[in-house]
Design a protein around this ligand. Sequence first.
Ligand SMILES: Nc1nc2c(ncn2[C@@H]2O[C@H](COP(=O)(O)OP(=O)(O)OP(=O)(O)O)[C@@H](O)[C@H]2O)c(=O)[nH]1
Ligand SMILES: [Mg+2]
Length: 192
Amino acid sequence: MGSGRVNIEIIFAGRSNVGKSTLFYQLFGVKVRRGKKPGTTIKPNHLQYRDLLVTDLPGFGYVWKGRNLSEKVKDFVVRYIEENAHRIKLAVEVIDAKAFCEIAERWDKRGYIPVEVEMFDFLKELGIETVVAANKFDKVENESVIEEIRKWIKGEIIPTSAKKGEVEGIRRWLKSKLVEMGRHDLMGVFRK
Ligand SMILES: Nc1nc2c(ncn2[C@@H]2O[C@H](COP(=O)(O)OP(=O)(O)OP(=O)(O)O)[C@@H](O)[C@H]2O)c(=O)[nH]1
Ligand SMILES: [Mg+2]
């Protein structure tokens, strides 16, 4: 991690394997650790630029070797966000555009609130401006998937294909929010 005081934090949150770290790399050019045993390493990856901290959070909702580690990681992520809420100004919630609707439907039928919906509402409650990156959009056949996601998550949804380097929408969103905060000086955090 870098050094010095942190005044602003941007977080990347989402289920395991949705492409958070890939998106992180495409935006900032920093290769972040990729756990061999997802869910066991509950350690966030950080990048510091001036007084900005960008954080790639561990993915929740992963079932590994029959052990449901989702609760442990979710608890960690929730606690991390609560503890740092005073400086977390922006959040990118990453979802798998293709898998999301199917999973959401399944959860809903069982009477659960989909974890993505829960996370989005939680961030909003804390006053954190949140955008949804509908990632793996290259695997989506029908663009109406965005409308489908919108039924569940009442917020801004931007399609991305991190693996193909198509992350312009999210980059533009983050830049415009930083500019709104008067922080033009932080543009250097983005990959050239
Ligand atoms: N098709 C497709 N695959 C992608 C895309 N983005 C990421 N992937 C792939 O999805 C897999 C998981 O990517 P990661 O970036 O490690 O996902 P993560 O969300 O950081 O996963 P955790 O760290 O376990 O939470 C990798 O095999 C990526 O290559 C995308 O836009 N399209
Ligand atoms: Mg990751």
